[in-house]
Design a protein. Structure first.
Length: 546
């Protein structure tokens, strides 16, 4: 009877977490630049029927491969283009990755560890944020961790060659899909982990069990066709993608995303919250000895620990840094932590982390109005304040649950994890209060409500990627290049290089719309444009000629 109640409780918790994860995907407006970009590119594929060459605002865009574009495009064709469908692939891969962490923990440490791994993953701050913000990082993490996890499962059981071969082929297939998601970085992370681990563990037998020939064949069968097709259709693709987007990005500051060597440390510490204490314990006091005590045998915990440390070191040494780069380590740390938690009889010190977070966020909710500025007006912060307070209260309730049920770890952590998931979701959902500054939806609404479909739309020295998505049509760039430099070089006729040329076009049109930064309009002599201001937001404005 007690066992049945436990199963029902876990099933209920799982369903609640799924509802919290997927229930409000469409609530927030898409923001610039990433969400607008990664929503717009698959929309262009659907509209044009060209599933080979990615395009951003009708310019060729070769910075990333096509797998996520295909997946989102397929979702658009089935369910239409909305905020929710734009984010659905990211949310699906995130939720699936939490399940992968649970399955890996189950294989290594048993049922209780699987429960803890799922709970920690699904409620870690960085994981929840990147599971609901449209970028490529979550899908990449899903396939990279899937590959690493499959390798661990393949090597951890002495079940005959068929078991090892089949799971290694899953690992190779996952690696190919990771490469189709974001490029060669997936190969670097996996290969670097294997090399360092095999030297440290003195486990040369691992190399014999990687099934290199079959794996490489499968990898190429999955990954190579699109690279060959896009290269054939676009002769400049290979040099730009493999040299500029990989070698130059890592070794230089070409993308202006540099940061100090310790750049990722605060993001990691905040990212694993509220499970900070158990995460640090799993990293600093792992279950293996620092000198390999049983060389030649596979040590799963040592391998996963090596993956975490190598990933952090690799990106820390690079010249291009963004917080999402280290997302793959979050579920792996959860797996490592779950082995520790599965052995405890009482809840740990993470309740204090939840309490501190709760108090800090509640205080921020009341003091956030001091952040008001021309770009982020006071009324936006006032609207965000209740969401912050709600988030803080959720964290405080999570701390209470770990204290009240401290002698029942699984129920306590399940309740706390669901409350923490709700807390982070409150932070994310409340961010929509700032959407007039961060999103182009209101820009698109102003244009569609003022001029007929098909009216030319120009944008001067700025680009709102999300506005292009909501307009469901391309805009003409005026004196703006940004990340479209390569595409503009390939198709310069789609770009207006000088303001004077734009003015001549504007004067010859009966109807047109112009998007411009408020500061640019106020600072430059744009008042000679004959038109009416139909929208003026904190960041951008819309002028209509009709």
């Amino acid at each position: 009877m007690l066992m049945n109640k436990g199963k029902i409780g876990l099933a209920t918790g799982f369903l609640i977490s799924a509802v919290l994860w997927f229930g409000l995907l469409g609530y927030r407006d898409l923001t610039d630049p990433d969400e607008g970009r990664y929503a717009q590119i698959p929309a262009a594929m659907v509209d044009s029927g060209d599933w080979i060459t990615p395009r951003l605002n009708d310019f060729k865009y070769f910075e990333k491969p096509a797998l996520q574009y295909w997946a989102t495009g397929a979702i658009y064709k089935m369910f239409g283009k909305t905020n929710a469908t734009a984010r659905l692939w990211t949310a699906l891969t995130g939720f699936a990755l939490a399940l992968v962490a649970a399955l890996l923990a189950f294989e290594l440490s048993g049922k209780n560890a699987a429960v803890f791994a799922y709970l920690i993953t699904i409620s870690s701050m960085m994981f929840v944020v990147f599971g609901h913000v449209l970028t490529l990082d979550m899908a990449l993490s899903f396939f990279v961790v899937g590959a690493v996890g499959s390798l661990v499962v393949a090597q951890s059981r002495v079940s005959g060659s068929a078991w090892t071969r089949n799971w290694m082929l899953v690992a190779w297939g996952s690696m190919a899909l990771a490469t189709l998601t974001k490029g060669l970085v997936a190969i670097v992370l996996a290969a670097g982990t294997v090399v360092i681990y095999s030297i440290w563990q003195r486990d040369l037998k691992l190399w014999k069990n990687l099934h290199l020939f079959k794996g490489l064949v499968l990898f190429l069968l999955i990954a190579a066709p699109w690279f060959l097709a896009v290269s054939a259709a676009n002769p400049g693709f290979a040099e730009f993608f493999f040299i500029h987007e990989h070698f130059d990005r890592y070794t230089s500051q070409v993308h202006h995303r540099e940061g100090p060597l310790y750049y990722f440390i605060p993001f990691l510490l905040l990212g694993v919250c509220p499970w900070l204490m158990i995460s640090l314990k799993s990293l600093f006091t792992p279950g293996f000895t620092w000198i390999a005590s049983d060389p030649g045998t596979f040590d799963a915990e040592r391998f996963l620990w090596t993956f975490v440390v190598f990933t952090l070191a690799f990106f820390s040494l690079g010249q291009s840094k963004l917080p999402g780069y280290i997302l793959p380590v979050i579920p792996v740390i959860a797996v490592l932590s779950s082995g520790h938690l599965s052995q405890v009889k009482r809840t740990g010190a993470d309740r204090w982390v939840m309490g501190i977070l709760g108090i800090a966020i509640c205080v921020a909710g009341y003091g956030v109005t001091y952040l008001a500025s021309n770009r982020y007006p006071l009324q936006q912060w006032i609207a965000y304040s209740p969401w912050l307070v709600a988030s803080g209260l959720f964290f405080l309730m999570a701390a209470v649950s770990l204290s009240v049920f401290k002698n029942k770890p699984i129920p306590a952590y399940a309740i706390a994890a669901i409350l923490c998931l709700g807390a982070v979701q409150s932070l994310i959902l409340g961010f929509n209060s700032l959407s007039e500054t961060r999103s182009g939806r209101m820009i698109a609404d102003a244009i569609t409500n003022s001029v007929p479909d098909g009216t030319p739309v120009f944008t001067f020295q700025t680009l709102s990627e999300s506005a292009v998505f909501y307009l469901d049509s391309n805009v003409t760039l005026v004196e703006y290049i940004g990340e479209l430099e390569m595409g503009i070089k390939l198709e310069p006729h789609k770009y207006v290089r000088h303001y004077e040329s734009f003015v001549r076009q504007w004067q010859n049109l009966e109807q047109a719309a112009l998007i411009v930064d408020v500061n640019k309009f106020d600072q430059q002599d744009l008042h000679d444009l004959r038109g009416k201001i139909v929208y003026r937001g904190p960041k951008r404005m819309v002028i209509i000629k009709s």
